[in-house]
Design a protein around this ligand. Structure first.
Ligand SMILES: Nc1ncnc2c1ncn2[C@@H]1O[C@H](COP(=O)(O)OP(=O)(O)O)[C@@H](O)[C@H]1O
Ligand SMILES: [Mg+2]
Length: 373
């Protein structure tokens, strides 16, 4: 098995560092504090939550639920996802655990089905949640009366801003959460400006209701040690400076590092050494693998946005998107249309703006764009 996991959490032995963050999160949660966890995508928020949830302090004492609401577009989707997550978590804990939950869902009872082993299945589908507000009440009723304390993580929480009645949903959730002392919450999200606004604007329901934590990249020396250890366990080794080089190439973005190290591990025979000249080959290999994805992504963009995206990729890090110099250099139409196109690219998650710096979100995509266009 390749010890460099590129999708999902595979257990503490494949998880690099985050020791301090894990301690901090567990301490805050077990002391009844709600947390907002904010960082750009792919640094490891979701995995960190899973890692915390799998620590004995939480696993043994609490019910932990995690939902990623990135794909939801309404309160109904949200309620459906939360209900399913709770049932799936309670199922392995036995009939007593899940029966209590189902009993609370009076509005849906007729809709829960059972598989051949007698276990309940969240099969009601969206259409049968007639009144998501009522079902949400019932779910919170359960959380507050569960036989253990609950921890609920809502990942990509900023997504509720895009619901048609997002403001109402935000206010409703806040009210429920306030009245639910038996549960603590983690709200995690990648869109810094959206998440920031939700928790720091006095006019918003969640204002000052959480402790905000930013997640930084894993420290380079910790990641180097992790890689050396993983290689050594499989009787392979890495030449000095290789991991540092990969780290710099991808600014420490965890998923990118893991992907490259996964390929380096794959290309290093047992007893062999991973060398620095293998890095380019690994990156090219990964970019080729992702080629079709990237082409589809490009084809979906209007011409103007495509041109701006390519310009940002070539520039790498753009400080002033509306500057004459930048627009001239890449022969863009006009600063104002560049600003509009950039806004659309940010909304689509193609581009990030962190502290006034614009970059292509996906580093592999950026390299691909630089090579192809
Ligand atoms: N501490 C870690 N050690 C090793 N790999 C990690 C770690 N954190 C994240 N990853 C890898 O990075 C990927 C992206 O992490 P994820 O938690 O999904 O990021 P985010 O939720 O911030 O977008 C994961 O699928 C996993 O492969
Ligand atoms: Mg995530």
């Amino acid at each position: 098995m390749n010890p460099f996991i590129t999708r999902g959490y595979a257990g503490p032995e494949y998880f690099c560092d985050r020791e301090q963050e894990t301690r901090d999160i567990i301490k805050l949660l077990t002391n009844g504090n709600n947390i907002a966890l904010i960082s750009p995508r792919r640094l490891g928020k979701t995995d960190l939550i899973r890692h915390c949830f799998s620590q004995p302090e939480l696993k043994k004492e609490y019910y932990t639920f995690l939902i990623d609401i990135y794909s939801t577009s309404s309160l109904r989707d949200f309620v459906n996802m939360l209900g399913k997550a709770i049932l799936d978590e309670l199922k392995p804990r036995g009939r007593k655990a899940w029966e209590k939950f189902l009993a609370a869902l009076t509005s849906l009872k007729a809709e829960v089905s059972f598989d051949f082993t007698g276990n309940p299945v969240w099969g009601m589908g969206l259409s049968s949640i007639d009144n998501p507000g009522v079902t949400l009440d019932e779910i919170f009723g359960y959380l507050n009366n569960a036989d253990r304390q609950c921890i609920v993580a809502i990942d990509e929480f900023q997504q509720i801003n895009s619901y048609a009645n997002g403001e109402d949903v935000e206010a409703t959730l806040r009210t429920h959460i306030q009245r639910c002392p038996n549960a603590t919450f983690i709200f995690s999200g990648s869109r810094r400006h959206l998440m920031g606004k939700m928790f720091t604007s006095p006019s918003r329901p969640f204002y000052q209701s959480v402790i905000t934590m930013g997640l930084a990249p894993i420290a380079c020396d910790k990641y180097v040690a992790f890689c050396n250890d993983m290689f050594a366990k499989h009787k392979k080794s890495i030449a000095e400076g290789v991991v540092e080089h990969v780290y710099d190439l991808f600014d420490g973005v965890t998923l990118c590092l893991q992907r490259v190290m996964n390929v380096l591990f794959m290309n290093t025979p047992t007893g062999g050494l991973a060398t620095i000249d293998m890095v380019d080959e690994a990156v090219t290999y990964l970019i080729n693998l992702l080629n079709d994805n990237f082409e589809t992504m490009m084809n979906q963009l209007p011409e103007k946005q495509r041109a701006v995206l390519i310009a940002i990729a070539h520039e790498g890090d753009v400080k002033s998107i509306s500057s004459g110099a930048f627009n001239k250099k890449y022969r863009l139409l006009s600063p104002s249309s560049t600003v509009a196109a950039t806004k659309a690219l940010i909304d689509k998650d193609f581009v990030t703006s962190e502290n006034g710096h614009y970059r292509v979100y996906d580093r592999f995509f950026a390299l691909w764009l630089k090579e192809r266009s």
